[in-house]
Design a protein around this ligand. Structure first.
Ligand code: AMP
Ligand code: MG
Length: 192
């Protein structure tokens, strides 16, 4: 049996600041000698999808056919499953696609990743809206605060099913404006 470290999956709607929270946490824990590797699920998918000539931008993937998204998702999960040690997987609880919400961790993905802890990063929808509008590096869907609220609510529901299927715990972390330090401290408590 291969040694697997602690496997943490971190999710949140686009623009909530997952990547920022992860980077802050990895740095804080590194100072204490606790080592985690951050893995971006979307980057694994993008490497596969762009090699196949399916997309040229990571924000095009959620518009692909459902079957294609699922196939690439499975391949990414299989690749990530081979990584040993403590890992934080930066991904999505659900992805908003033209055909509706796509589960980020259907049971075949959960079986590969074997998460110990599932983290939902959240904040108020108006803060997320502002963050999306000021991030020009990404092609964000145009969405109002009601849509963002519904997405966050749906993510909580589906996180409960992930806990039931995999036995992981679910931790909700608030990443409010001007309070990134609190989010990082909460996240570090989860990981150490
Ligand atoms: P991100 O950079 O985290 O926003 O991820 C970029 C894209 O990767 C997302 O918009 C999705 O199309 C895709 N993606 C990331 N994680 C998953 C997942 N678990 N299941 C399906 N698609 C995903
Ligand atoms: Mg990100």
């Amino acid at each position: 049996m291969r040694y697997l470290g602690k496997r943490v999956v971190i999710t949140g709607v686009p623009g909530v600041g997952k990547t920022t929270v992860i980077n802050g946490t990895i740095e804080a824990l590194g100072n204490e000698g606790v080592v985690y590797t951050s893995i971006n699920f979307g980057t694994f998918m993008f490497d596969i999808a762009s090699r196949e000539g399916l997309v040229t931008d990571r924000d095009e993937m959620r518009k692909l056919d459902q079957d294609v998204q699922r196939r690439v998702q499975r391949l990414a999960a299989q690749g990530i499953a081979r990584i040993e040690g403590n890992i934080i997987v930066d991904t999505h609880c659900t992805v908003r696609t033209p055909a509706g919400f796509l589960a980020g961790l259907p049971e075949w993905v959960l079986r590969e990743l074997k998460p110990d802890i599932f983290v939902l990063v959240e904040t108020d929808e108006d803060q997320i809206l502002n963050r999306r509008l000021s991030d020009e590096s990404r092609v964000r869907d145009r969405e109002g605060y009601v849509g963002i609220r519904d997405h966050q609510q749906f993510n909580r529901s589906i996180a409960a099913s992930y806990a039931m299927l995999s036995g992981c715990t679910v931790k909700i972390i608030l990443n409010a404006d001007f309070l990134l330090d609190n989010a990082v401290a909460d996240m570090a408590d989860v990981l150490r």
